[in-house]
Design a binder for this molecule. Structure first.
Ligand SMILES: Nc1ncnc2c1ncn2[C@@H]1O[C@H](COP(=O)(O)OP(=O)(O)OP(=O)(O)O)[C@@H](O)[C@H]1O
Ligand SMILES: [Mg+2]
Length: 263
């Protein structure tokens, strides 16, 4: 069980020589059950990555708390795997060695590590690239390595920040199916950020819609589509269309309030 309570974070930016406070995230409160798939959507700059950085343990919140199974999170740990928005691969490690990083930390023997990394390299369609370095890959390929690295050491919580954004459409559909399959078979808890409303509805148990600055929860939509979800069938259903349009309207009204406040 993940419990986020009143998480806030401000950045201090310099404006004409003055230090100005910018409230990126404000009083974000959400409980996520074990095995739940939660997708977060919201306008660009509303604080989604800031939230995920706090959940990963890489950054601290200014206020509030984040607990996993009742214990406060104080830093990164192997219970959480994360895919950052900018891939964050280790440039000095090959693809295989990047994917095996968490497995090394978990002291998994070499042969087993190789077997696991091979499976995940296959899964993300990068066979033949094992010994390449990140700088030798395209953006979409790097993103797939980051996904494989997060999945390989089998963390119980996956934090994913627009993981499929730089991936081509066909691979994206394949990765959505694979992620759902892995999630269902390993009962992970997933927090997933996307700008695609369709992707959110297809994947989520609940979609959290965030407000524009300062970022907080605007509304939470339950997605009651049956599982396993066959994407072709789901896309033709009235429930799917209804949820997509409801979320679109929520995001659109956020834009409208921004427009009017800018006048
Ligand atoms: N290190 C920083 N210093 C100052 N401001 C920052 C910093 N990081 C983020 N911000 C600001 O905080 C706000 C939230 O940023 P964040 O990256 O969390 O947004 P986001 O919702 O992930 O956006 P996107 O959808 O574009 O990825 C933005 O307005 C951004 O300009
Ligand atoms: Mg972001």
């Amino acid at each position: 069980m993940l419990e986020m309570k009143n998480l806030s974070r401000a950045y201090y930016i310099k404006d004409k020589g003055q230090k100005v406070k910018f409230q990126a995230l404000e009083k974000f409160t959400l409980s996520v059950s074990d095995g739940e798939f939660v997708v977060i959507v919201g306008p660009s700059g509303c604080g989604k990555s800031t939230l995920l950085d706090i959940l990963s343990g890489l950054y601290k919140s200014d206020t509030g708390s984040f607990n996993i199974d009742g214990a406060a999170v104080t830093g990164p740990a192997l219970d959480r795997g994360f895919v950052m928005q900018n891939y964050a691969l280790f440039p000095w490690r090959t693809i295989k060695k990047n994917i095996e990083f968490g497995l090394e930390l978990k002291k998994i023997p070499k042969d087993e590590r190789s077997q696991i990394s091979k499976n995940f390299i296959n899964l993300v369609g990068l066979s033949g690239f094992e010994n390449r370095y990140p700088y030798e890959l395209s953006g979409g390929m790097k993103q797939r390595v980051a996904i494989a690295r997060a999945l390989a050491y089998n963390p119980s919580v996956l934090l994913m920040d627009e993981p499929f954004a730089a991936v081509d459409a066909q691979t994206r559909e394949h990765m959505q199916d694979e992620l759902t399959r892995i999630w269902q078979s390993t009962q992970k808890t997933i927090i997933f950020i996307t700008h695609s409303i369709e992707e959110a509805v297809l994947l989520a148990d609940r979609v959290v819609v965030m407000t524009e600055h300062p970022g907080t929860i605007k509304e939470i939509i339950n997605i009651d589509l049956p599982r396993p979800r066959n994407s072709a069938l789901v896309r033709n259903s009235a429930e799917y269309a209804g949820a997509v349009s409801e979320i679109w309207n929520l995001l659109h009204s956020a834009d409208a309030s921004l427009d009017s406040s800018a006048l």
